[in-house]
Every structure is written in structure tokens, then in C-alpha cells.
Design a protein around this ligand. Sequence first.
Ligand SMILES: Cc1cc2nc3c(=O)[nH]c(=O)nc-3n(C[C@H](O)[C@H](O)[C@H](O)COP(=O)(O)OP(=O)(O)OC[C@H]3O[C@@H](n4cnc5c(N)ncnc54)[C@H](O)[C@@H]3O)c2cc1C
Length: 410
Amino acid sequence: MNMKVEKAAVVVIGGGIFGCATAYYYTRNYPGRKIIVLERNELCNAATSRAAALMTRIRSKKAFIPLSLETYNAISAMEQQLGESMDVKRVGVMHVAATEGSVKELEALMAVAAEFGEPTSWISNSEAHNRAPWLNTEEAIRIGYIPGEAYCDPYLLGTFYARCAKMQGADIRQGVTVTEVIMDGQTAVGVRTEHGEIRAGKVIVAAGAWAPLFAAQAGIGLPMAPVRSQYWITDKAGIFPADSPIVLLPDAQAYARPEGGSLLFGIREKKSFAASPESIPADIHHFSFSPDKGMQDLSEVIEKLARFFPGVYDVGLRYYVAGFSGYTPDNNLTMGIPDGVENLLLATGCVGAGIAVSGGVGRAFAALAAGEPNPYDFSSFDIHRFGKIDPLSPEWLERCAMARSLKKSG
Ligand SMILES: Cc1cc2nc3c(=O)[nH]c(=O)nc-3n(C[C@H](O)[C@H](O)[C@H](O)COP(=O)(O)OP(=O)(O)OC[C@H]3O[C@@H](n4cnc5c(N)ncnc54)[C@H](O)[C@@H]3O)c2cc1C
């Protein structure tokens, strides 16, 4: 049987938010060049649609900030292009510091916000409680408020990128599994699918949890591991106003945001769970993230959380959501162009921030795929920074899981 061989300037493996955002910027900024995105399921089915979707702009890791600011630019541009609102919830964020260490970190964060021209204010404990009546502020020492922060529907954001990309000429295919990156020596020259080959000038790996498997085909030990994130959505109650701010609780290693009259809250587990990319099925809906819907993990940290959210013991939990993000030992993104391999770009290692940074990531990979300089500083995301590692080894998975367990910020 003759296998079909097609050609494109760029081929992207994976139609999650990184793949879709890259296609959006590539077709917008470099019109007329052919880009094909290959997604084996439906667009945004894996990590993207499961995200809590905090679009945090101001972080202590400053290299993330321009990427996230670009996401907000993209949303405005796409809303105009499609003539539809994405209904972004611009509710702001309250950072609650309850130890001297957290106060210092919050003061530094507020200074970062000022550096980027982001409005902020300090608010009193009673004001914070009025805005989020579920929040017990008795132990708070300082509370910083950043009104410009927001959250969104992540599936909508991912598919906005895809719809605009298609309008601009992207070829986005669902139900197509990539089986292999085709290498010619140390150069990536295309991908193989069950239907044939696509030869391309640039191959972009945007395969989320499965990205290390493709990087390995090019001889690269991609330093990330799929680590589970999980959150719960409570029953509706009067103490959860739909327009209340996002709340970040570093001293409980937890976050919360409104969800239409309920509260969505997430924690960092004492012992996070990492899985080898090889063991995660293509249909993530068939993966059992937790036999007890995270109850054991929640019970291990519930006392810390209850200091700020005393109602957690009594409230009904209506939904449980879990998924994998690509974590690294330093909680920093892992992406870019690997040394020693030509024409392979790795849009990977999202460290649980992929919705927020999607605009900048898409813009950067579009530029790199077009052979232009990266508009952002990716030096701290360098994929070689941990030296030679085996991303499938139990030791590596454990290191990445541990990084999530220690994570304090949102
Ligand atoms: C519970 C949870 C909460 C989160 N909360 C937030 C948050 O508040 N804020 C935030 O910014 N981020 C959050 N994230 C992280 C965010 O969801 C991810 O960073 C982002 O979705 C990563 O996008 P991606 O495109 O890299 O991966 P994915 O969305 O997983 O996309 C990868 C795609 O590649 C496809 N694929 C894989 N292998 C193949 C193949 N062989 N052939 C074809 N296609 C293939 C998959 O089917 C998948 O669709 C959260 C994640 C989870 C799980």
C-alpha cells in the first residue's frame, strides 16, 4: 500500500492549548505559510479542558509575566475577530499571607506588580472577608489585592485559538495520531501518522504529558514529568458569590476561585503523584487519577486549609477534576529549541501554568517556527538546565512530583 506523503512548513503534534495557540500566532503573523496541527482525540481534551484556568499575570518568576500578558492581548484580539465574548472573569486576586515568610514574599510580589505597571492595593482582613465570605482572615497578617487578575473557561480559550487559526488558514486535524517524529540524522524532517507522512520544515512537539516520548525519538531526555493536579467544586452556597476574587493561600498551599455560585479549590498534596508518559493512555478519560476522588490527599492537608476555609469540613463536594501537567524540579517552564537537533521545537513542560502563559508560548513558537528570534527571554526555561536525565525513570518522576508538593504559589 502506498502511504500518503504531504508537505507543510510546520507540523504540530498535539491540539491542546499550546498547539492551538501556536497555530493562531503562526497564521496571524506569517500568513500564507502552511501549518498542520495533528490531534489524536478532540482539541483540548487532555490537560487544557481540565484546568482551573487562573490566568495569573503577576508572579515571582518574572519570565512568565510577558507571556501571560500576551494571553490577555490575544483574548481581546480573538474576541474582536470572532465577534464573541469569551466571558473572562476579571475578578482580581487576593494573596493572603499568614506567616512572616509569606509576608516577605507577598511584599516582593507587590513590588513586581509595580514594576510591570499592574495596579495593586493592600486590603484589610474584614474587607477581604466581605469580598469572599467563605474566607476566615483571622490568621492573615497582610492581604494584597491585584484587581487585574482573571480566570477563564480554558476549553473556550483553547478553541478560540483554534477557530481563529482556522479562519487564518491553519489546517487543524482531529482524530489523527502521530506515531513518530521522522529524523534524518540529527534533523527532524516530519512526522509519521497512521495515515501517512507529513514532511515539514519544522516539527513542534506540543503533546503535553506525552511530549517526552517524542523528544526521546530525537535522542532528547526532556526534563519534565506528568504530575497530577486535582481540585474540587463545592455545592452552591451563599458564602461563594460568583463575582468574588480568586484567593491564593500560600500558607495552606491552596487556591480557590468562584465557580458560578460554588467554590473551586485546589491543594498541593503532601505526596504528589507522577506517572510515566508511557503509562498514560491516549484517552485520558480512561485514566484513574484517584480511586477515592482525592479524599485521602485532601484529608492529609485539610487542617491547613481549614484555618482559612473552615467550611471545608461541612460543605458538599459536587465535582472532582484531575489531570496531568508537565512539572519540573524547579517549577519553571521547560521549552524551546534543543541543542544538537535541527528543526525540532519543544512547546512543553507547562508546570501547571499553560493556560496563563499560552499567548506568549504561542507567539514565541510561531516566531521560532518562522525562523525568527524569540520575542521573549526563554533562558530560564532551557531544557538542558538539569543536565542529562532520564524522564521515564522513577527517580526523575519522584523529583518532579516533589516539586509540586512544595509549590506554594498559585
Ligand atoms: C487540574 C488542573 C488544573 C490546572 N489549573 C491551571 C490554572 O489554573 N492555570 C493555568 O494556567 N494552567 C492550569 N493547568 C495547566 C494547564 O491545563 C496546562 O498547562 C495546559 O493545558 C497544557 O497545554 P498543552 O497543550 O501543553 O497540553 P494538553 O492540553 O494536554 O494537550 C496535549 C495534546 O497532545 C495530544 N497528543 C498527545 N500525543 C499525541 C499523538 N501521539 N498524536 C496526536 N496528538 C497527541 C493530546 O491528545 C492532547 O490533546 C491545570 C492543569 C490541570 C490538570
